[in-house]
Ligand binder design. Sequence first.
Ligand code: NAD
Length: 346
Amino acid sequence: MKPSDKALVPFVSVDNMMRLVHHIGVEQMITQIAAQIESDFKRWESFDKTPRIPAHSPHGVIELMPTSDGEAYGFKYVNGHPKNTSEGLQTVTAFGLLADVYTGYPTLLTEMTMLTALRTAATSALVGKYLAPKNASTMAMIGNGAQSEFQCLAFKAMCGIDTVRLYDVDQNATAKCAANLQNKGLTVVACKTPENAIEGAQIITTCTADKKYATILTDNMVGPGVHINAIGGDCPGKTELHRDILLRSEIFVEYPEQTRVEGEIQALDADHPVTEMWQVMTGQAKGRNDDRQITLFDSVGFAIEDFSALRYIKNAIESTDYFEPLDMLADPDDPRDLFGMLMRAQ
Ligand code: NAD
């Protein structure tokens, strides 16, 4: 694409996203996206923020996640359909767009299914850096679906995890995850029960998909000093933890207005105290302050994380061929002669 092709929008297909990830390296890319998210969280107040806009159906949810920093505008389209895997389809798929606020013209269109897995892992490990116990070496990974390997590698790269203990209700999912993590520098232990998976783990990640109030962890399973990275509960009526765990934990969230509707804390009173991660990152609020404290990241995924990932990709593809120019803007020579452009094309 030449600079004169201002009406052509770079499009990153799934194929090109995979090429880009292999070019950069999975762990490096997660770490770099995390750095972008951290720097954007540190300027939290410069963003327009709104809870994502969901369209619920009995089949799942389709959501739009917009935000802007006044210079760039971004949104992600994402679905959540836990029943999909039984039909050979993914639970989560996504694409996203970045635009220039000054002209309103799109500047990037990209697949975001891969990118969501990368940015979710980046956010989890970034939060883990602030909240997980020091010298944590073992993580329980409960729910071994599409997100799971990304999560394990993120905690390895950014939090120094060397062992992951896997559990899923579907043993095929655990076998798939264990096979994918071979030769990735992690000791991988496949477990038969969630109780077995959390043995000796300082970090517990729950990343299951079921549209119900599930109890992946019960209160007696969670000992003092653990960090829980709860990713799967991200929709009204879809949670993973027993309420008693929440009552014993120091709870950290992305954007309370969204998390109170979608996160684990939908089970708590609307005024239950939570800490916003951007305030921990800017030093305005405390993270973990006690070895015996249970910290809980009630992750639902927020638009600024996608905005950071979109901006990261826009920079990363510059001077590469990991994209295709997309003819998605009319851009007539005379901006008011759209009809003339149509007629001349006959
Ligand atoms: P997936 O369907 O690929 O995997 C989910 C796995 O959970 C499956 O292997 C399933 O067998 C397993 N599972 C279901 N119930 C279980 C139980 N009781 N105990 C153990 N395992 C169980 O889905 P995915 O793409 O990996 O996403 C997982 C969850 O994370 C979804 O709910 C999704 O909405 C959520 N998610 C959250 C974020 C975020 O930012 N917080 C981002 C992406 C996905």
